[in-house]
Ligand binder design. Structure first.
Ligand code: ADP
Ligand code: MG
Length: 477
């Protein structure tokens, strides 16, 4: 029997507001435990939540970017449950009336195929605190710094059909929230994480199978592995005549397996009801239109423009628009050179390689866009070859000045003087009589050897095209 995997993701994005969703406490990551939790976050009696306008603006921005409806009226609800990191005994969330609903985005898969993924809803809620199990012998600590951090929970339709599609979708959401500047996307710190709902069904069957929900996946690799493991597990159960239980599971990355967490509560166990401390959230059409008008160029639009305007392959355009910072860097280099593809090759090649090795972001590159354009201009005007340019780039990276300074200081200017090159060729032929004889006897492959020797004798500075021409002439004499 052939099986089809069905996946829907619930992605939690921590919004980049300076203060919390219902209090004025700071949202900065990494502070001493419980130093960034005020009375509201601590759940003291008698205090009242006040909605953070910026969190709402960010949700609207996400909604208009994903072709979603923005609810004119949405409602905050209490989701009641007991847990030590939730001192109020309820989480403020949105339930029946979320602020964003019924949208979609198109995901481009590795092979270039496009896949439309429906966005059921995106609602605002507060994050809970954290339990700390490591530092206390036989006890758990509670850190409420995270309590009240604004979250946008983005719920997809069950439209995804493989781990690969789920990862591509998650990556697009990651890219989008950073483009929109609403979430820092730092998955290691938990700023973006997801729950994956997974079921399987025989190919051709219309009804969905029973799903399991894998909680709290915080890396693309874990999402992929957890989905594949879980789908296999469900297929094994069904093929041996059993049935899948609807439940919440955890992915253990050490063992590469999922295991049950707690049986899935019925939604009404949370006894959701509208929070009497908060008025319904009303959003004017004018506010939505302003947000729409102020959207930055979105990842897919930038990608399409890059391939059009700069003549780049779609894949390359995708790499160069991975973040707004990379795209801005590339455009700045491209504007300083004649050939946008040369700029693309360098940004994706030498620059990306050096950044990767240094673990640095493009914003912190020691070679800025103007400096790189200055280097590429010297390739284009024939001052240096592409190969020497790599050496110049390394020197620039190490802080030895601009391209022109490095070329001048190190005497790297390309040799284009015909008579100078001829002189070197004469010397090389005189020094290698054996190879010359073999070449004349028909061993054509040795041509490359002579080119190599001439390049070596000039320290790589001879113009390679000229060397080829002149050598061919010299050898045919
Ligand atoms: P809950 O509120 O219980 O978490 P929802 O109906 O809101 O459940 O669905 C949560 C997520 O599960 C959504 O992303 C949805 O697409 C996905 N989902 C629902 N049914 C299935 C299914 N049978 N298989 C896989 N994913 C599913
Ligand atoms: Mg859920």
């Amino acid at each position: 029997m052939k099986w089809e995997i069905v996946i829907g993701l619930e992605i939690h994005a921590q919004l980049k507001t300076a203060s919390k969703i219902f209090s004025g406490a700071s949202t900065a990551f990494g502070a001493e435990p419980n130093t960034q939790a005020c009375l509201v976050d601590l759940g003291y009696p008698g205090v009242l939540p006040v909605l953070n306008r910026e969190a709402v603006n960010m949700a609207i921005r996400f909604g208009v970017a994903t072709h979603s409806e923005i609810a004119e009226r949405s409602v905050f609800a209490r989701k009641n449950y007991f847990y030590p990191d939730l001192p109020k005994g309820y989480q403020i969330s949105q339930y029946e009336l979320p602020v964003v609903h019924d949208g979609w985005i198109d995901v481009v898969l590795d092979d270039g195929e496009r896949k439309r993924v429906g966005i059921t809803r995106a609602h605002l809620e507060e994050d809970a605190g954290k339990s700390l199990h490591e530092d206390f012998h036989g006890l758990s600590g509670i850190d409420l710094n995270r309590a009240g951090t604004p979250l946008l929970e983005i719920v997809s339709e069950p439209d995804l059909r493989s781990a690969r599609e789920a990862v591509a979708y998650m990556k697009l959401i990651h890219q989008l929230v950073r483009y929109l500047d609403i979430c820092d996307g730092n998955m290691q710190e938990g700023s973006l994480r997801c729950d994956a709902n997974i079921s399987v069904r025989p190919v051709g069957r219309h009804e969905f199978g029973t799903r399991a929900e894998i909680k709290n996946l915080n890396s693309f690799r874990f999402i992929e592995r957890a989905i594949n493991y879980e789908a296999e597990r469900q297929i094994d159960i069904l093929e041996s005549g059993g049935s899948v239980v609807q439940e919440t599971r955890l992915y253990d990355s050490g063992k590469d397996e999922t295991r049950p967490m707690r049986s899935k509560e019925e939604a009404n166990d949370y006894r959701y009801f509208p929070d009497p401390d908060l008025l319904p959230l009303m959003i004017d059409a004018a506010v939505v239109e302003t947000a729409r008008a102020e959207l930055p160029e979105l990842p897919w639009a930038k990608r399409a423009r890059f391939s059009e305007q700069y003549g780049l392959a779609d894949y390359d355009a995708g790499v160069l628009t991975a973040s707004r910072a990379v795209a801005a860097y590339y455009e700045s280099v491209a504007s300083g050179v004649q050939d946008p593809k040369l700029a693309a090759n360098w940004v994706m090649g030498d620059l990306a390689g050096a950044l990767n090795k240094a673990g640095a972001d493009v914003e912190d590159s020691p070679v800025d866009a103007d400096a790189l354009a200055g280097l590429l201009a010297r390739i284009e005007d024939g001052t240096i070859s592409g190969k020497i340019a790599k050496e110049v780039f390394e020197a620039m990276w190490a802080g030895h000045g601009s391209a022109d300074e490095v070329i001048g200081d190190r005497g790297l200017r390309q040799i284009t003087d015909t008579s100078a090159i001829m002189e070197v060729i004469g010397q090389v032929l005189a020094d290698n009589p054996g190879q010359l004889e073999q070449f004349r006897a028909g061993k054509d492959k040795l041509f490359g050897f002579f080119v190599g020797q001439v390049m070596k004798a000039t320290g790589g500075k001879a113009n390679p095209a000229q060397v080829n021409d002149l050598l061919r002439k010299a050898l045919s004499e």
